[in-house]
Design a protein around this ligand. Structure first.
Ligand code: OOG
Ligand code: NI
Length: 410
């Protein structure tokens, strides 16, 4: 009998979400086309050198997405669905510490080993609302949020049980895999259900992200992100095509020729106004628009060790040595020896909280409001582990293990 593995399910899930998002947000399709043009040009001019951070096949298929959910039980369900696709939670990000603060904590679901990343590196940055944080939500708003979130169902039981079947057996029948993909894709589609105008507005005054999560009865992809080998070229070409980009590239600045790319650089086009239906205070339904979804693009470099990251966070990229050998010898970035005795970079597979905050902020209509004198609620990696009901991987432990394995499976 024909069966489908988690790897194949992930590959198909990534392309079906990409097709969905291209239908919903056509500028995303332009972004993918321009990314592919830029990648082809970089390969043509730099050849094999350009593929040191990932084969052109991997980079062409590579996407990350972002979703936002409301409660520990919702993120627990997300973990089961992505788990079926061989995507596991890695890292803990607290966006409440960003400027402006955003009332969520996040993780990224992704494959954790190199061979799986090489087959398809799909990842989804997933945020969960912190509804009991008094700096954002008073007691009454928290109670209303909880009631609203408890009343909705993001994922049908059939989808969750197919996910569990995949995780327990390691494969699904072809028919079950098709069903999983159509239910999972539909779960992330923008819902035509009317949005309660007054409730949405109330949350939006506190945080646009809170409104996008707790103001609507379902979830949706917030953005999808192709990977590009030259983000500066991409930025220019998108602007030439008349697509309005946010004002900067987030993350480390462009490096000089020959200097290694580190971590992650990202930029996006501005969130587009999309038609949405609203339920007004008088009960009537009207047509309106919201501006929350966008397209992002990223360029990835070598992963930094904790020491390298500390230097970068404190002093910027100028504090890092400007050759691979020096980075490696000072223990600041992860490399493995290749067959010829040269160095192969271990690519950064995760996210940067500062860039994430920048991406969130540049696409919000207002700053929202929060009151720093109020009580913060405790959210940490162990809270998230409990909500997920599974292990939360430490990104450094994964890079370290890969370095120790000496580049097997690359
Ligand atoms: C997630 C923002 C973070 C990234 O690439 O850093 C992110 C969101 O807007 O929900 O996707
Ligand atoms: Ni993103």
């Amino acid at each position: 009998m024909n069966t489908v593995t988690p790897t194949e399910l992930r590959t198909r899930f990534a392309s079906s979400l990409s097709a969905l998002y291209g239908r919903e947000v056509p500028a995303y399709t332009t972004l993918v086309e321009v990314s592919q043009e830029v990648n082809a040009d970089v390969i043509a001019s730099s050849g094999a050198e350009a593929e040191r951070l990932g084969s052109i096949e991997r980079v062409t298929a590579e996407r990350h997405g972002a979703i936002r959910v409301g409660s520990p039980s919702e993120i627990g369900q997300v973990a089961r669905i992505f788990g079926a696709c061989g995507m596991y939670p890695v890292g803990f990000y607290d966006l409440r510490e960003a400027n402006p603060p955003i009332p969520v904590v996040s993780t990224a679901f992704r494959p954790v080993d190199r061979a799986e990343l090489a087959r398809n590196p799909f990842r989804i940055f997933t945020s969960v609302l912190v509804a009991d944080d008094r700096r954002f939500f008073d007691r009454r708003t928290e109670a209303e949020l909880r009631e609203f979130l408890d009343a909705r169902t993001l994922f049908p039981d059939e989808l969750l049980s197919l996910a569990d079947r995949m995780e327990s057996r390691g494969s699904l029948s072809a028919a079950d895999a098709d069903r999983f993909l159509s239910l999972a894709t539909a779960a992330f589609e923008l819902s035509p259900e009317p949005v309660d105008r007054v409730w949405y507005r109330r949350l939006e005054e506190i945080s646009g992200v809170a409104a996008d999560i707790g103001g609507v009865p379902s979830t949706h992809i917030n953005h999808l992100t192709p990977r590009v080998l030259d983000i500066d070229a991409l930025y220019e070409r998108m602007s030439e095509r008349g697509i309005e980009m946010i004002d900067r590239i987030q993350g480390p600045p462009r490096t000089a020729p020959g200097q290694p790319d580190v971590l992650l650089r990202q930029t996006s086009f501005r969130a587009l106004s999309e038609p949405r239906r609203f339920r007004e205070a008088d009960g009537g339904v009207t047509e309106g628009a919201l501006r929350v979804r966008f397209g992002e693009v990223e360029q990835r470099g070598v992963a930094l060790t904790p020491a390298g990251r500390e230097l970068y966070d404190a002093h910027g990229i100028g504090a890092l040595p400007d050759t691979e050998t020096a980075l490696h010898e000072a223990g600041l970035a992860y490399y493995v020896r290749d067959e010829e005795g040269g160095l192969s970079p271990i690519v950064y597979e995760d996210f940067l909280p500062r860039s994430a905050a920048g991406i969130f902020a540049s696409n919000l209509t207002g700053e929202g409001r929060s009151d720093a004198s109020q009580r913060a609620s405790v959210r940490d990696a162990s809270w998230l582990r409990d909500a997920l009901g599974r292990e939360l991987h430490d990104p450094y432990a994964l890079y370290e293990a890969e370095r120790a394995a000496g580049g097997v499976n690359r």
